[in-house]
Design a binder for this molecule. Sequence first.
Ligand code: ATP
Length: 413
Amino acid sequence: DAGRLGDELGVPVYAVGGFVRDLLLKSPTLDLDLVVEGDGQAFARAFAARHQGRVREHSKFKTAVVVLPHFTINANQPPREQKVDVATARLEYYEYPAALPTVELSSIKMDLYRRDFTINALAVELNPASFGRLVDFFGSQRDIKDRVIRVLHSLSFVEDPTRMLRAVRFSQRYDFRIGKQTLRLIKNALQLNLLDRLSGHRIFNELKLILNEEEFLQDLEMMQDLGILKAIHPKLEMTPHRKALLEELDKILTWYGLLYQSPTPRRWLLCLLAMAATWKEEELLALTVRLGLSKKEERELVTLRRSVHKAMDLLKRWCAGDKSLSELYGIMHQTPLEGALLLMAKFDDDCIKKHLSLYLTTLRGIQLQMSGEHLMDMGLPPGPIYTRILDSIRAAKLDGRASTLAAELALAE
Ligand code: ATP
């Protein structure tokens, strides 16, 4: 339908980027990026109106995002809300490397030329007369077939050093190698300290994308081997100890993922803490400055680290005591989810690991029948006493169920 609308408006429309790459790799994606050779924003408005969608425009970059309420991209899947990015084919000039581009109208070829890698520089025509025709100016199909990541020109990393991190991410995700010349350009870019010119915020965004990948560990190792980690921050290094901790964390994240529990842990918090496990707090703060974390993110990271340290000491003591479940709940319920997962990874002790998994799967979600409303109905004046009463009831319930839970633990063993 985008192509038909293109005809009506008299503009060529293409699907581009990751969507086409994943189509050729037979790993379909739901992200749809369109490029319009003409007024992309006018196209986006018409497209949204036609599908009862909403449109958000970025005039500075002549782009728009359309959110469609019931969009079917794949006949085998039910319709769902769908985001479509619409860009205007354009020529970009960079005032100086790593700066934001200024924009001027141009063609699809220039649009594809400014992309990161050949594998992302493919387009498919959508207008009915040529529907489905691949537009491949830069040998993209050959590179996908040869499983290689290549930049489009030798200044690519000078223009945008975040592409070094993207090269690693795509290389590990698709098990592609990075081309020889591209590898050389990455090494040159690192020697020229090009990452130093980037805002921390941009590096952090790419790092978050990496840490959300299934292969994040291999990504980090590759970044270590290439020297990208230490270029981001001299103390970021995959030592054997950190690697072992991250491997354990990876296993635990896979286990937790299979439980389909919400919320989903924020991997950037976990991985940064695992990397900085032995650092002083000031050193961690220096990293947060380099990565341009917001005040809120910085606070979360520091608070999480403190709560992990505190819980670690308490858990060691708990383990030497009578191991009551109410006490375990008392230690853990102040610790955010990411803290509990990190503790599971840190402790070698099987008993603590099992109890932490019991906490995450069962204890954490235990509901009380009794509530503040009941206490009010009983005529008790509201106040801090409510929390104390409810806490004691929860403790009784947790410890009262100890035999059942112990049986569950025995089964887990
Ligand atoms: P993913 O599957 O991770 O979402 P994607 O290729 O769709 O991968 P996006 O970050 O959504 O990645 O980018 C969409 C497209 O925009 C890319 O395919 C690429 O063509 C282009 N692009 C994104 N970031 C850059 C960049 N830093 N430099 C050049 N082109 C980029």
